[in-house]
Write a protein that binds this ligand. Sequence first.
Ligand SMILES: [Zn+2]
Length: 351
Amino acid sequence: MRGLTISAHGGLDQLEYRTNLPVPEPKRGEIRVRVRAAALNHLDLFVVGGIPGVKITPGWVLGADATGIVDAIGELNEDGGTANDLKVGDSVIINPGLADHSCEYCLEGEHSLCVNFRLLGEHVPGTLAEYVTVPARNARSIPKDKPVESAAAFTLSTLTAWRMVVTRARVKKTDNVLIWGIGGGVALAALEIVRNIGARSWVTSGSDEKLALARGLGAENLINYTNTDVGKEIRSLTGKRGVDVVLDSVGESTWAQSLGALGKRGRLVTCGATSGPMVQTDLRRLFWNQWDIMGSTMGNESEFDAITREFQEGRLTPLIDSVFDISQGRKAFERLQSGQQFGKVVVRIPE
Ligand SMILES: [Zn+2]
């Protein structure tokens, strides 16, 4: 089968487009999906670069997000766990987070806290290939008429944003929400969720062009962070009040400004540290303002069910930046690495 792989870590020179990969067989409790399209995430760039403590074997298939057609179903689980009502021929979206379903967190339904949490493309072979095997419980069927690009690009970003906005920050209609770096998949999904709740959004970018696109999506307040301290700017625009919620996946370079923007009783949720992981927080401001500072990663099965419903019913649809054929996979990765994209970068795997 065709696939996009690496055999060693490094830059995008390590990417290999292969046509002779073995087709995986579904194990007990798994399904095999004929992938029609896969979408890229920053995670894929991290995997190419090498993640400390995570080993790959040569011919490693990249990719976490995908959509496709169920093409084979493995044996049922010992506990009678079914194929999740899936049938051969169903169109599915895939939750890339794999949990053991037996640790204390899984038993509470909090699968992204699993002590054995793994991700497609990072710890097990990924979705940028003609076929992928996944646990049946990691797939949900979707209507056949959904565009494959949207379906491919949906899960990881939306699941991450949903948990941050809905579960962790509990954003409500009266909230003001600051979203860093509009244009990225998680930020765009967060904006759509915040808009659907009816809360007010504040979005940032280093590009006026991206801010104009965000305005077209309904973002109310736009800040170009290039020559502006976003924290001070928001303080001044809100009469020193600040915002109720900050979603920050950037880390070192934005943390001080995020806290500067955060009002009393504010909630800050972080899901990433693309600019670096070490930040400073003045504890006096933390307790005086009674802030909640929270981490968030991926999502659990009930959140996956929730976003699947949003997708099925057309309330959440990811924005697509560009689409490449899998044989041009490197160009897709270059697009993601450039940071110029507005929306998701998708790879098609045609017949
Ligand atoms: Zn677990």
